[in-house]
Design a protein around this ligand. Structure first.
Ligand SMILES: [Zn+2]
Length: 253
């Protein structure tokens, strides 16, 4: 019976034999104690002892079926781990590691996007990225990144911008208002028109918008409110509502 050795994602030794994989529990002198990996979830009692990479003792029976793809899955994951240390693109790492995998292995791997996320996380860990800053004073932007092309100072951590231009993300608005209460927040006109049209679609008025000129014209007046003096907006909004246009009946589901 051949046994294979591999590693868990966290670098713990794994022993694979006949479709069962065991994780190293402890080592004493030249003896290593292994427990079946699903032992926590499925309460499997199977254990192995090895000396010099040879099984010398078995304890308990498995209470679950073996998985013949287990070594393929481990192999694939360890390839991904190794390739993470290179500069190969994330996409190529996934492609290379699944190229030789069997259909059975592929069907048991996490979805491609999850694999890609794991690769990015692992790479970030390999590169020893600094921890996320908890306050503005902890942000240190080094040399060249803090200069514009014209060598002017840029991205200074203790900046106090007079205004922000963002889309209509309410989370960003709240964050800006709390961090820079003195700054004014402007939202992007393009996103305003986009959001209004989304509401038209959501309310089931897409066909009406495409066929009823008066209706479409009235809807387009809504973003135009952005060009009025603040004091005039409410009354102008009411004027739009009072137009002889049928805003109410949705013509589609
Ligand atoms: Zn087991």
């Amino acid at each position: 019976m051949s046994i294979l050795f591999s590693e868990t994602e966290k670098g713990k030794p794994v022993l694979i034999e006949n479709g069962f994989d065991y994780i190293q529990e402890r080592a004493h002198e030249n003896k290593i104690y292994w427990r079946c990996t699903p032992c926590n979830k499925q309460k499997c009692k199977a254990r192995l002892h090895t000396t010099n990479n040879t099984i010398c003792y078995r304890v308990g029976d498995h209470n679950h079926a073996p998985n013949p793809s287990i070594s393929g899955i481990r192999q694939c994951r360890s390839e991904i781990r190794d390739l993470c240390k290179t500069t190969i693109t994330t996409h190529s790492i996934v492609a290379a590691s699944i190229a030789t995998a069997s259909t059975a292995v592929l069907s048991q791997l996490p979805p491609i996007n999850n694999l890609k996320r794991t690769i990015c996380r692992r790479r970030a860990a390999n590169l020893n990225f600094p921890a996320n800053p908890r306050s503005i004073s902890e942000i240190h932007i080094n040399g060249s990144f803090a200069l514009t092309k014209k060598k002017e100072q840029f991205l200074q951590p203790l900046f106090k911008p007079s205004s922000f231009l963002i889309d209509f993300e309410s989370g960003a608005m709240k964050a800006i208002n709390s961090c820079w209460p003195q700054s004014s927040v402007h939202a992007c006109f393009f996103h305003l028109t986009q959001n209004i049209y989304r509401q038209v679609q959501k309310a089931g008025f897409t066909t009406k918008y495409g066929n009823d000129e008066e209706y479409a014209h009235a809807v387009r007046m809504l973003p135009a409110l952005a060009f009025l003096e603040t004091n005039d907006i409410y009354s102008a909004f009411e004027d739009i509502g009072n137009l002889q246009v049928d805003f109410e009946v949705a013509t589609e589901g």
